[in-house]
Design a binder for this molecule. Structure first.
Ligand SMILES: COc1ccc(C)cc1NC(=O)Nc1ccc2c(c1)[B-](O)(O)OC2
Ligand SMILES: [Zn+2]
Length: 269
């Protein structure tokens, strides 16, 4: 049925099978990629227009279990992302995370072959040129996504804890909960604005090639306990009678695709 996902991260529906039903997944502008730092070129035009964001702390309104992870939906009206590789102002639509079964994998982008334990994606759309997120997701400059690496730290991440405290309410696919917490997005982004940028795609089906990616070099930290809560999410609905330990979303990352002849630009000290 429409609710059951025809793609996922298991051996029989994972990334290597996606192109069968989602042909874009086999394109030449796919994400994620391995960030080969020796290929990154610095670009003065990026330096001249510093990347800039503004998010009101109360812009989140719902958290949902999509079947392949959690996603926080946001009101974009008073948000703005601009500068850096972007020619227009983009609005925040949602943010979500990717992780792995163990701490030595989980990020989607890798840096010189190194994986991080998880990766946060803040998803924005070009509301200057297009009239909806859906329309923007079909355009080559439609979306702007900030990727933030997450590494294991001793302390809990207090801002992430506001999201994690709601996970027990959305254990099963399709469940959602009100998420009216005040979130300091500044704490979900690294101090350094050093980033890489390249043209890519959604990392999940339909894999549209519509994303201007900005991946920050400096990771933020998450605790092992917090990451375990992510892994307690289930990819199946409440009605899907399965064993308690089955259907856990222990990983939801797509491995890197070839950069091909795309330019990888770097900005920052
Ligand atoms: C079934 O999914 C859809 C149906 C209709 C539309 C218009 C869009 C989507 N999906 C979508 O936006 N995914 C999506 C959006 C943004 C990002 C990612 C996935 B990511 O690569 O993981 O990080 C950034
Ligand atoms: Zn993502």
């Amino acid at each position: 049925n429409t609710m059951s996902l025809d793609w996922g991260y298991t051996d029989d529906n994972g990334p290597s099978t996606w192109a069968e039903k989602y042909p874009l997944a086999a394109g030449a502008r796919q994400s994620p990629v391995d960030i080969d730092t020796s290929k990154a070129t610095s670009d003065n035009s990026l330096v001249d227009r510093e990347i800039d964001w503004s998010y009101p702390s109360n812009c989140s309104y719902r958290i949902v279990n999509t079947g392949y992870g959690w996603r926080v939906d946001t009101y974009g009206d008073d948000t703005a992302l601009s500068g850096g590789p972007l020619s227009e102002v983009y609005k925040l639509e949602q943010f979500h995370c990717h992780w792995g079964a163990t701490n030595d994998e989980g990020s989607e982008h890798t840096v010189d072959g190194k994986s991080y334990a998880a990766e946060l994606h803040l998803v924005h759309w070009n509301s200057e040129k297009y009239s909806s997120f859906k329309e923007a997701a079909s355009q080559p400059d439609g979306l702007a996504v900030l990727g933030v690496f997450m590494e294991i730290g001793n302390a809990d991440n207090a801002e992430l804890e506001k999201i994690i405290s709601l996970i027990p309410k959305i254990i099963h696919k399709g469940q959602d909960s009100q998420a009216s917490f005040d979130l300091d997005f500044g704490s979900l982004l690294p101090e350094s604005k050093h980033y890489w940028t390249y043209l890519g795609s959604l990392t999940t089906p339909p894999c549209n090639e519509c994303v201007i990616w900005t991946v920050f070099k400096e990771p933020i930290t998450i605790s092992e306990r917090q990451l375990e809560v992510f892994r307690s999410l289930k990819s199946v609905g409440e009605e899907d009678a399965i064993e308690p330990e089955e259907g856990k979303l222990v990983k939801n990352y797509r491995p890197p695709l070839p950069l091909g002849n795309r330019v990888l630009r770097e900005c920052g000290p």
